[in-house]
Design a protein around this ligand. Structure first.
Ligand code: C2O
Ligand code: CU
Length: 579
């Protein structure tokens, strides 16, 4: 069983236990004896079964089980300890066990709420709040059912509830010591001496564009979605003038995966101010990395990219030989771009398909009719890629794969989620059952460049209630906090840095660090066995633990976030900063 499915199983069992105890309590309150006993027996079993799932989760990593062991464990023991013995000697009047059964229900619900609303890390504050809730709910139920608890019992309960509430609230809401991320709006543009310069102007504006034969409202660069394809040759200087005609949320250009100097990175409020309607900003940087990249707005990035403010950036090592095709996949107003393209290609011509996922979720790509190699991932050439046949690739949000092959006499077709987007003729192959390439086991190994790390950070991805905003929100969290309260990761120039990224949640988080490619060391404790894999975007699936490393060689303040941009907006963004 994978850790992801264990997390789901444990959640389901916890919900069953809660439903069982509460149902048993309610049934006994209305004297439905057989029903009450059956539900209580089921709840008891479910509560005990959690010992198994929680132990298994703890073995997969403390992050997956922390609050379950520290908070759910004691509360469940209390539930079993209070309700269990009374069930062994069932009284004549079943109503007499209603309060203990309800207590068990409140205790298990309290623990469940801690997991759902608070997650990782387990905190004393959350535990105390759960206790306060359980005691209060039990006292109220006892009164409602006409049970007369003794004066002392009432006083003790009240004291515990108030004490736990006050301390718990204090511990939970007290502002964390997150050092503020300095916001700089006045960076000087990087000076670059005279070199061949490729100049482009991108004007952002609202537009009506054609999406698969239907006119839709979009936000576009130069009136088109995707925006113009920017191309350069290694060594060129790119000079891109960004103008904003009428995008009220502001616009910037972020060069996704391109490790530019920090002042060119296009993150509003961090490396520049957003470009407002009527304003412009000039980006200038040297194209010194060949490969497939893309650009997109980073201002209101979730809606901005979704509405169409993105385009392709391709830097080639030299003149194009053969056929070089970019396939940026995007969902615009529910329609998938690009429109299918059919192209005649002579046999023997080398073809490079540059696949780009500009959506916020993973896409599945399948190239049918030919053997191919994955020449590069995230712009970086792979070492010793071997030919693949009838194998699909999964590209995370923001990621890029370059597939290469020599055109054959028979047609080939590229399918994205089952839809043909590029072909050299008709191909009818079912690709849905193909195995998926694991990039961690692809290509020829090379010794790891580092064996020791100057800094290590752990990022535990989860969901939780963010109480620090004016209106509490259910945020996507990192180590229990949401942007802007996640402490920045501070490194020094030259440090070798290791990140452990743990996904405790039920959804995929495509992780993306700006300004650096990271080398994948291991997933779920198993070292990568293929060629060195340098990524800027990678899917951390539910229950997965990724170990990646990089050298801190690009000073500045860098966003480090989930590239499901809705998640990034809802808290899952932090910063890497150089001291
Ligand atoms: Cu493509 Cu900060 O993102
Ligand atoms: Cu995410």
């Amino acid at each position: 069983m994978t850790t992801g499915s264990l997390l789901v199983a444990d959640l389901v069992i916890a919900v069953l236990a809660v439903a069982g105890w509460l149902g048993a309590g309610a049934a006994s309150a209305v004297r439905r004896r057989p029903l009450a006993l059956a539900l209580a027996a089921g709840a008891l079993l479910a509560t005990l079964a959690r010992a198994i799932t929680i132990t298994a989760l703890a073995r997969a990593g403390w992050w997956f089980a922390a609050e379950k062991i520290l908070i759910a464990g004691p509360l469940s023991l209390a539930a079993v300890g209070v309700a269990g013995p009374r069930l062994l000697r069932v009284p004549v009047d079943i109503r007499a066990v209603a309060v203990p059964l309800l207590f068990a229900g409140y205790a298990t619900s309290g623990a469940l709420l801690v997991t759902i609303l608070h997650g990782y890390p387990a905190s004393a504050g959350a535990g105390l709040l759960a206790v306060a809730g359980v005691v209060t709910a039990t006292v109220i139920s006892a009164r409602a059912l006409g049970a007369r608890p003794s004066r002392t019992a009432s006083r003790v309960a009240l004291g515990v509830a108030v004490g736990a509430l006050v301390t718990g609230t204090g511990l939970t809401v007290a502002p964390g010591a997150a050092p503020a991320v300095p916001h700089d709006h006045g960076f000087p543009a990087t000076r670059i001496a005279d070199e061949p310069t490729r100049r482009f102007t991108l004007t952002a504006g609202t537009a009506t564009v054609d999406a698969g034969g239907r006119d839709v409202d979009a936000w576009a660069f130069n009136g088109q979605v995707p925006g113009p394809e920017l191309t350069a040759t290694v060594g060129d200087v790119l000079e891109v003038t960004l103008r904003n005609r009428d995008i009220g949320r502001g616009v910037t250009l972020h060069w996704h995966g391109y490790d530019v100097p920090n002042d060119q990175d296009g993150v509003p409020g961090v490396t520049q101010a957003a470009v407002r309607p009527g304003q412009e900003f000039v980006y200038r940087f040297r194209a010194d990395q060949a490969g497939t990249y893309w650009y997109h707005t980073h201002s209101a990035s979730d809606v901005g990219v979704r509405m169409g403010l993105y385009g392709v950036l391709v830097v080639r090592p030299g003149p194009v030989t053969g056929l070089d095709v970019t396939v940026p996949v995007h969902t615009l107003a529910g329609r998938q771009l690009p429109a299918p393209r059919v192209e005649r290609v002579e046999a023997g011509v080398p073809v490079r398909l540059r696949l780009i996922n500009t959506d916020s979720t993973t896409h599945r790509y399948a190239l049918a009719g030919t053997a191919f190699r994955v020449a590069a991932i995230d712009g970086v050439d792979l070492r010793g890629p071997t030919p693949l046949v009838d194998t699909a690739v999964l590209i995370p949000a923001g990621g890029r794969y370059d597939l290469v092959f020599d055109a054959s006499a028979t047609p080939v077709a590229l399918f994205v989620d089952g839809r043909a987007v590029y072909s050299t003729g008709p191909v009818s192959t079912a690709t849905g059952a193909w195995p998926v390439l694991d990039p961690l086991a692809y290509g020829a190994t090379a010794p790891a460049p580092w064996s020791r790390f100057d800094k290590t950070f752990t990022l535990v991805l989860d969901r939780g209630l963010d109480l620090r905003t004016f209106l509490p929100r259910y945020a996507h969290t990192v180590n229990g906090a949401a942007d802007p309260d996640i402490p920045p990761q501070v490194v020094r120039l030259g440090d070798v840095v290791r990140f452990t990224i743990v996904n405790r949640s039920q959804i995929v988080h495509p992780w993306h660090l700006h300004g650096h490619h990271v080398l994948v060391l291991a997933r779920d404790g198993k070292p990568a066995t293929g060629g060195p894999l340098w990524l800027d975007s990678f899917d951390v699936r539910p229950g997965e633990v990724w170990e990646v490393a990089f050298r801190a060689d690009n000073p500045g303040m860098w966003a480090n976030h989930c590239h499901n941009l809705a998640h990034a907006d809802a808290g899952m963004t932090l910063h890497l900063m150089y001291s």
